[in-house]
Design a binder for this molecule. Structure first.
Ligand SMILES: Cc1cc2nc3c(=O)[nH]c(=O)nc-3n(C[C@H](O)[C@H](O)[C@H](O)COP(=O)(O)OP(=O)(O)OC[C@H]3O[C@@H](n4cnc5c(N)ncnc54)[C@H](O)[C@@H]3O)c2cc1C
Length: 307
C-alpha cells in the first residue's frame, strides 16, 4: 500500500515527488512512456526561474528527478493502463501489476497534437515547436509559420509577430474555427500573411538538423511549392492524457480534468497537477507550481486520515 502515487514524470509530477518525498511519504512516480515529460523533447529553456543562462529541457527534468530521489521518491518504468477510483484505497494498473494507494496525483500532461509530417518529430526543438510562449523568443527577425485555424493559432500568430520578420498562417480551409474577434485581430495585423486552402506536406531539412523550409500544397489547385521558414509552429490543439480515467473523474468535453478548487478533483484523495488540468498557461513553471499544490493537498489529506 502506497501513501502517494504520482502519475507522470514531467515538471508537475517531479515537483509533487520532491514535496511528498520531503514530507516522508515515499512517493511512487509512474514515469509513463515519455519519461521527463514534454521538456524532455525540447532543447533550451530560457524562462524557468533560477537559470540566468537558460537550461536544457532534458537536464532540467532530470535534475528535478534526482532532487526527488534524494528525498526517497521511487520511479517506476511503464504507464498506467487501467485505474479503479471507485473504491478506497485507489487501484491503478502499471503494465501487469496492480498498485494500491491512499492518494493519487494525476500529472499526466497534455500532448501537443502534431500534423504528422514525415520529418516533424525529428525537428522538434530545431525549428519545430508547439509553444509560441516557450520558443518565440528564439525567432527574432526570422521567418515564422503557424499551422492551424482555431483561436490558439490566431493567438500564437499574433504573439509571434513580436519576434518574426513575418508570420505566415497556414490553414487547410478558407473558413476558420477561430472566434471572430481573434480572427479579426490576426487579419488586422500587417505582419501576418494568411495562406488558406493549403496543407503542409513536410518540413525540411533533416539533413541540416534545422528547419529551413516547408513543402506546401494548395488543395484547390494542387500547386505545390517550398517556402523558406525558420520557425514552424503547430497550433492545432492538445490532447490531455486522461483516457485511463474516462468516466471515473470529472473532465471537460476535451478531457481536461475539472478542478474542484486548488488541486482537488471531484474524488477526495485524487489530485491533479499541471497541463492535464491547465489548458491556459501550459508552462514548466506553472506545472511545477501545480505539482507543489497537489503534494501539499495530498499531505493534508493523509494527515486528516491519520496517516
Ligand atoms: C517542444 C516543447 C517546448 C517547450 N518549451 C517550454 C519552455 O521553454 N518553457 C516552458 O515553461 N514550457 C515549455 N514547454 C511546455 C512544458 O513542457 C509543459 O507545460 C510542461 O512540461 C507540463 O508539465 P506536466 O508535468 O504537466 O506534463 P508533461 O511534461 O506533459 O508530462 C506528462 C507526464 O505524464 C506521463 N504520462 C502520460 N500518460 C501516462 C500514463 N497513462 N501513465 C503514466 N504516465 C503517463 C508522461 O510520460 C509524462 O512523463 C514546452 C513544451 C514543448 C512540447
Amino acid at each position: 500500500m502506497r501513501n502517494v502515487v504520482i502519475i507522470g514524470s514531467g515538471c508537475a509530477g517531479n515537483t509533487a515527488a520532491i514535496y511528498t518525498g520531503r514530507a516522508n511519504l515515499k512517493p511512487l512516480v509512474v514515469q509513463g512512456h515519455e519519461a521527463g515529460g514534454q521538456l524532455s523533447i525540447t532543447s533550451e529553456v530560457e524562462n524557468f526561474p533560477g537559470f540566468p543562462e537558460g537550461v536544457l529541457g532534458p537536464v532540467l527534468v532530470e535534475n528535478m528527478k534526482k532532487q526527488a530521489e534524494r528525498f526517497g521518491a521511487e520511479y517506476l518504468h511503464g504507464a498506467v493502463l487501467e485505474a479503479d477510483l471507485s473504491q478506497y484505497p485507489f487501484r491503478i494498473r502499471v503494465e501487469d501489476e496492480w498498485i494500491e494507494t491512499r492518494t493519487l496525483i494525476i500529472a499526466s500532461g497534455a500532448s501537443a497534437r502534431w500534423v504528422g509530417l514525415p520529418n516533424e518529430q525529428k525537428l522538434i526543438g530545431r525549428g519545430v515547436s508547439s509553444c509560441a510562449t516557450c520558443d518565440g523568443f528564439f525567432y527574432r527577425g526570422k521567418k515564422i509559420m503557424v499551422i492551424g485555424g482555431g483561436d490558439s493559432a490566431m493567438e500564437e500568430a499574433n504573439f509571434l509577430t513580436r519576434f518574426g520578420s513575418e508570420v505566415a498562417l497556414v490553414h487547410r480551409r478558407d473558413t476558420f474555427r477561430a472566434s471572430k474577434i481573434m480572427l479579426d485581430r490576426a487579419r488586422a495585423n500587417p505582419k501576418i500573411k494568411f495562406i488558406t486552402n493549403t496543407v503542409v506536406e513536410d518540413v525540411l531539412d533533416v539533413g541540416k538538423g534545422v528547419v529551413t523550409a516547408v513543402k506546401l500544397r494548395n488543395v484547390v489547385t494542387n500547386h505545390t511549392w517550398e517556402q523558406e521558414v525558420d520557425g514552424f509552429f503547430v497550433a492545432i490543439g492538445h490532447i490531455p492524457n486522461t483516457a485511463v480515467f474516462r468516466g471515473q473523474i470529472l473532465t471537460d468535453a476535451d478531457g481536461y480534468i475539472l478542478s474542484q478548487g486548488g488541486a482537488r478533483t471531484n474524488i477526495p484523495g485524487v489530485f491533479h497537477a499541471g497541463d492535464v488540468q491547465d489548458r491556459n498557461y501550459r508552462q514548466a513553471i506553472t506545472a511545477a507550481g501545480a505539482g507543489c499544490m497537489a503534494a501539499i493537498e495530498a499531505e493534508r489529506f493523509l494527515e486528516a486520515e491519520g496517516h
